[in-house]
Ligand binder design. Structure first.
Ligand SMILES: [Zn+2]
Length: 85
């Protein structure tokens, strides 16, 4: 499937970007480590650590235009491209 960029008519490519922000990932890992210090909080700590690790590796695919650096989400691609135009 090929999609041309609505801004410069260049060929868009599939590009992977992190699904969650680095801030969200860091907060989850820090909370996880803090909770894990105490025995009472270790279960909660593990949950936060797992969430942090998951968000560190979770990616989402977007359409990326190498010529003008436009990025468009892949869900209902074409609609969004038209709306952005
Ligand atoms: Zn473009």
């Amino acid at each position: 499937m090929n999609i041309s960029c609505s801004f410069c008519n260049g060929q868009m490519e599939i590009y992977q970007i992190p699904r969650y922000s680095k801030l969200f990932t860091s907060i989850c890992i820090i909370l996880g480590l803090l909770f894990s210090i105490s025995i009472a909080g270790i279960l909660l700590g593990i949950i936060f650590l797992v969430a942090g690790l998951y968000s560190a590796f979770a990616k989402k695919e977007v359409w990326y235009c190498p010529s003008c650096k436009a990025v468009v989400g892949r869900l209902d691609d074409k609609q969004k491209i038209k709306k952005a135009a």
